[in-house]
Design a protein around this ligand. Structure first.
Ligand code: ADP
Ligand code: GLC
Length: 518
């Protein structure tokens, strides 16, 4: 059968004339189908913007149990499709297709009951990671490549995300190097979080079946184990992190999780592109999940949202008291243990605090207990709720993110738009998106602190609360400046497009690049 040229989207932005590429996203999550964190937001949003620019972009994710076939109109398009798993042998999957809602982007779902048919979290159950996460995501990665062959789809670029799919670039340089459809594909590995690396036992090499010679320090070997992220960092054509600051931080011991050496080696191929915000979802002027809509030119109805939030969390309905909000995975990364050391001092002020999140069990108990300790002043919901996340952004005066590290962070960008002044630690994407308030000039969009300590949280939040009570006009200026800021996906998608082109050129060379896109 002939190789069918990839279909191109007809929708183009007018002034946009750069070459149109075929781009395959391979990832472990994508909104609205399955999400545990910001990774899912990025994978479910960026492709829509690339599609609108005229690229043929498609997504591969697992068909988790929670992906409702009827609701999203999934149709089976292939199967049984064989996926070689080395010593385990051939394993089989079915493939379903749907469209990313609100766009024409095809999404392919890899269905394999044993791996993905679990009624649980995507990676764990009751806080315990699945013991077969190695096989689950190696299977997904290899299935995505097999699917390209099945569909005769020839991607110019395969864009992979974090450790789950970091093995794809390794496969393309080994087992698939001479596949006519795939050997030329460039790869971009986006680092959303270096902490999680897919660090597994040595024997995983026999499942990968790419040759033992790749088990070496400049390949997959990492302290005697098989590290999938490390393999991807060495093999991907290009790399990027989800903010400029994080792309620098991960080259240093404080943030490199022991992989700084690889990143320093690949420094000239490592970029930083800030995530965008989906303003169709997150805009107080149009948001349907909040009690009233408001804008920077008329903030009066934000008070209705504040009252609604106070009601929702059973707080005293006092308009004059500052509400500090937080929406977060309750894990060490987010600095919640540091917050735990600061919260009693903060609650000694006349403030209210609202927290939404889930994660480590100790934190569930600790923060739930604060509701009875500070009735009417501390509100907490342990769990996941998108409507509540919107209400907190709209109803809060301040939004706290004391992260130990934050590759990008989305909530501080939502907060700016909603006029909930961010108070953040100056790391990663938080540093890139929030401008510290300058008392001399009156400039700034939020408050930043450097040290990961309770004292720093208390000091900076205390300063913000002081301004709220004593110099409200300063806070109002910060709110308005923040609301005017935009972190659009259009801007970030343009940067990704440049990176894809650079990657393709690097993979196939200038001459073939010119031939391909003439
Ligand atoms: P991370 O991916 O590290 O968790 P991000 O800030 O990039 O951090 O993204 C977190 C996303 O998940 C945001 O869209 C945020 O609103 C959402 N989120 C996190 N926890 C919850 C929760 N408990 N309920 C609702 N949304 C949540
Ligand atoms: C990760 C990071 C977060 C980032 C998100 C999306 O989950 O922890 O900071 O915003 O990925 O890139």
């Amino acid at each position: 059968m002939d190789i069918v040229p990839a279909k191109r989207s007809k929708r183009k932005t007018e002034a946009h004339e750069s070459p149109k590429m075929s781009i395959l996203f391979v990832a472990s999550e994508a909104v609205p189908f399955a999400k545990e964190g910001g990774l899912g937001d990025v994978v479910g949003t960026l492709p829509k913007f690339l599609h609108a620019m005229g690229h043929d972009v498609r997504i591969v994710i697992p068909r988790y149990y929670r992906v409702d076939k009827e609701k999203y109109g999934l149709k089976m398009i292939a199967g049984p499709m064989g996926v070689w798993m080395g010593v385990i042998g051939m394993m089989w999957c079915a493939v379903y297709e749907a469209r990313l809602p609100g766009s024409g982007v095809p999404v392919y779902f890899i269905e394999h009951e044993n791996f993905f048919g679990r009624d649980s979290g995507l990676y764990s159950k009751d806080g315990k990671g699945f013991l077969d996460n190695d096989n689950r995501f190696v299977f997904l990665s290899r299935a995505a490549l097999e699917l390209c062959k099945t569909l005769f789809f020839k991607p110019d670029v395969i864009h992979v995300h974090d450790w789950h799919t970091a093995i794809v670039p390794v496969f393309l340089n080994t087992a698939y190097r001479y596949e006519p459809l795939l050997g030329d594909s460039a790869t971009l590995l986006t680092i959303h979080n270096m902490q999680h690396q897919g660090d597994f036992y040595r024997g995983l090499m026999d499942v990968l079946d790419i040759g033992r010679e790749h088990f070496n320090p400049r390949g997959l070997e990492f302290y005697g184990r098989t590290n999938l992220l490390k393999g991807g960092l060495y093999h991907a054509t290009l790399l990027n992190a989800v903010s400029p600051t994080y792309s620098q931080e991960i080259r240093t011991p404080a943030h490199d999780w022991r992989l700084g050496g690889v990143l320093r080696e690949r420094a000239s191929d490592l970029y930083g592109i800030l995530n965008g915000v989906d303003y169709e979802e997150w805009d107080p002027e149009t948001d349907r999940l909040i009690a009233a809509n408001y804008s920077e030119s008329d903030l009066s109805d934000k008070a209705i949202c504040k009252q609604d939030l106070q009601k929702e969390f059973k707080l005293h309905e006092r308009p004059e008291v500052p509400v500090i909000g937080m929406v977060s995975r309750l894990v060490r990364q987010k600095g919640i243990d540091i917050l735990a050391g600061a919260i009693h001092r903060m609650m000694s002020w006349d403030v209210q605090f609202v927290l939404l999140g889930n994660g480590e069990p100790w934190a569930h108990h600790f923060f739930s207990d604060l509701c009875s300790k500070y009735p009417g002043r501390f509100g907490c919901y342990i769990g996941y709720s998108n409507p509540l996340a919107h209400k907190i952004e709209a109803g809060s005066d301040f939004f706290l993110m004391p992260s130990r590290f934050e590759p990008c962070g989305l909530n501080q960008m939502f907060s700016l738009r909603y006029g909930a002044v961010p108070i953040v630690r100056a790391v990663g994407g938080l540093n890139d998106t929030v401008e510290n308030y300058d008392d001399q000039t009156g400039d700034g969009t939020g408050f930043k602190f450097n040290d990961p300590t309770p004292e720093a949280i208390i000091g900076t939040t205390g300063w913000a609360v002081h301004l709220y009570y004593n110099r409200r006009e300063a806070i109002e200026g910060i709110v308005r400046r923040g609301m005017r800021k935009r972190f659009t996906w259009e801007g970030s998608a343009k940067k990704y497009e440049e990176l894809y082109l650079r990657a393709v050129k690097k993979r196939i060379g200038d001459a073939r690049f010119n031939e391909r896109f003439k």
